[in-house]
Design a protein around this ligand. Structure first.
Ligand SMILES: [Ca+2]
Ligand SMILES: [Ca+2]
Ligand SMILES: [Ca+2]
Ligand SMILES: [Ca+2]
Length: 261
């Protein structure tokens, strides 16, 4: 039997297999994950998490047990000892909820430099540009003393000044409260995911919103003990909140139509 060697077809087949393998390997190295829309410098992300809480200034664990949370040391340039805080984040489908505890050694409810006393200011990066303090970016404040809660926005980019929405034709949306609980100061606030107010963000399930915490620490009526930040001090130090799809939680809010901005 003539068993003539026919190298052509088998070499071609081998070559084709090698070419396919080479192409696949090249493809693997060519395909890069899509750049994340997150622009955080800290890599901290909270959520997605569903839940609601009673805004009474007590971060009670049963009401926040479903929240996304993290305990961290805040960043300060002041000579005061660094403070440790725990942040809880969740949403009800209608409202974004934030709860914070911090180991400040006292609870100032008013002061010469801080009229509202010990205050958390939360700056949001509405458009997720990676930088805070763009004009109209949302700013929420929750303080130990009056006004307790303020729904604001950036009004001057050069100085990162914020002012109340209500002074600029907007509405005060949300609620906040605080109290001294044991050896910690507790803060709670809620703000609509999408209030319909042009001076507020409008968040949908799956959205990311950047934020930075600033704690302004008063020490009695005459002393400002400095600012403490999370995740860091710079304008580009931004952590993320991931909005969860939470549609079945009632928190007595009349849902306004979502507005795409
Ligand atoms: Ca509470
Ligand atoms: Ca508002
Ligand atoms: Ca606002
Ligand atoms: Ca204080």
């Amino acid at each position: 039997m003539n068993t003539q060697f026919m190298p052509g077809p088998s070499i071609t087949l081998t070559t084709r297999i090698l070419l396919v393998i080479t192409a696949l390997i090249a493809l693997l190295f060519t395909i890069q994950p899509a750049p994340a829309s997150s622009s955080t410098s800290a890599g901290d992300a909270f959520g997605p998490a569903c839940g609601m809480a009673t805004i009474d200034g007590r971060v009670d664990i049963p009401e926040w047990h479903g929240a996304s949370s993290e305990t961290f040391q805040m960043i300060t340039v002041s000579t005061a000892d660094p403070l440790t805080a725990t942040l809880y984040v969740m949403n009800s489908g209608s409202y974004l909820y934030l709860g914070i505890t911090i180991n400040d050694d006292e609870f100032s409810e008013q002061g010469k430099w801080l009229p509202g006393g010990d205050t958390f200011r939360i700056d949001f990066d509405n458009d997720h540009s990676g930088s805070l303090f763009a004009l109209w970016d949302d700013v929420l404040g929750v303080s130990a003393g009056w006004p307790y809660f303020e729904d604001s926005h950036i009004v001057t980019t050069s100085s990162a000044s914020s002012d109340a929405d209500i002074k600029y034709g907007g509405r005060p949306n949300g609620d906040g409260a605080s109290s001294r609980v044991g050896r910690l100061n507790h803060y709670e606030l809620k703000h609509p995911l999408c209030s319909g107010d042009e001076l507020d963000f409008c968040l949908h399930p799956g959205d990311l919103v950047g934020f930075r915490l600033e704690y302004l620490d008063g020490e009695g009526p005459d002393v400002f003990n400095g600012s403490h930040f999370f995740p860091d001090r710079e304008d580009t130090s931004i952590a993320d909140i991931v909005i969860a799809p939470c549609s079945n939680i009632s928190d007595n809010y009349v849902l306004l139509p979502f507005i795409n901005r």
